[in-house]
Design a protein around this ligand. Sequence first.
Ligand SMILES: [Fe+2]
Ligand SMILES: [Fe+2]
Length: 404
Amino acid sequence: MKKRIMFVDDEPKILDGLRRMLRPMRKEWDVSFAENGPAALELMEQEHFDVVISDMRMPGMDGAALLTEVKKRSPDTIRIVLSGQSDRETIFRSVGPAHQFMSKPCDAEKIKKLVSRAYGLRDLVNSDTLKRLVSQVGTLPSLPHLYTEIVNELQSADPSIKRVGEIIEKDVGMSVKILQLVNSAFFGLRDHVNSPSQAANLLGLDIVRSLVLMVHVFTELEDFRIPNFRIQSVYNHSLAVGACAQSIARFQRAEKTICHDASTAGFLHDSGKLILAVNLPDEYGKTIAISRNEKIPIWEAEKKVFHTTHAEVGAHLLGLWGLPNSIVAAVAFHHNPEMSLDIQFSSLTAVHTANVFAFEHQGKNEEEDILPKINYEYLSELGLDHCVSQWREACKEICQGSIK
Ligand SMILES: [Fe+2]
Ligand SMILES: [Fe+2]
């Protein structure tokens, strides 16, 4: 079936350009155009759109307001912002989760890639196999209430670190764990941190917010015992991958949003493992045995047993939680970054490589006997293969901070 795509831009010239540029896509896409937000919403009342691509700066209703409305009226519509690079931070703050960003000028090829990437990811994390599997799994970890409260505070007109600290302190168990983590060598802080707001001050609110998610997932599942599987090792590994991914993104001088996404995706990249191992322990035990006997990586063994992988299960969960596509993609493709259609450095690049470095520096986990490898072909397509040794070095010290 043809995909229905709508472009919204207040400049008729831009719409004309897009119309010409996208003519070759006629067989695959049904494209509509609107000159402002209200006109776009009117069109949406008449038919369902699979993708809405909107300019950011428009008189009256701007792109953020329009896409927020699109999300409300048609949550499964993929929302893409097409705008000047400088707007990026504002967009991520105001539009909320599950959308993509594309900077002007763009060509048909770029638009095509982005749309198919958004689709590929959506199909992957919502596949029938995954849905069937998840229905077998009793319960999935919930999105913690605390996280929603923090996000609300951060999206308020005047976000305050002190108030975020107070929100976390209400949950004593969470506070203790967050403080234990931020005082570990992973974060390289010289002073001892005594309160969540001090942690947020030193590390940034986004890191603390991501740590809340990670701690929550592991705490919900920590009491389970599975042979050849230690939740603590996955915890340690995840922490290392989150911290390393962020440091790689910083090393690349990536935008703030990419750095934050890299740490969140890193902290949560293997959460699918916990979901599978805790809920289906016999099958997971079998998976570990297959990986060892056949000397294949754990995710290949998972495919044989579950017809999906921990990467996809984790991405599915984060998708359900409404985390941004960039984070969902970084988790979904952390073992196969070439599937992402990345065209430049992204949080996925950081998580893919950080996952390998964490194992190199920390050693094997009980369940991962065959270690992952860096996909040099993917990196060389991005023109980044020469960076590997510097990234590895940047991660070395972080990984020595393991919590026992
Ligand atoms: Fe993994
Ligand atoms: Fe991993």
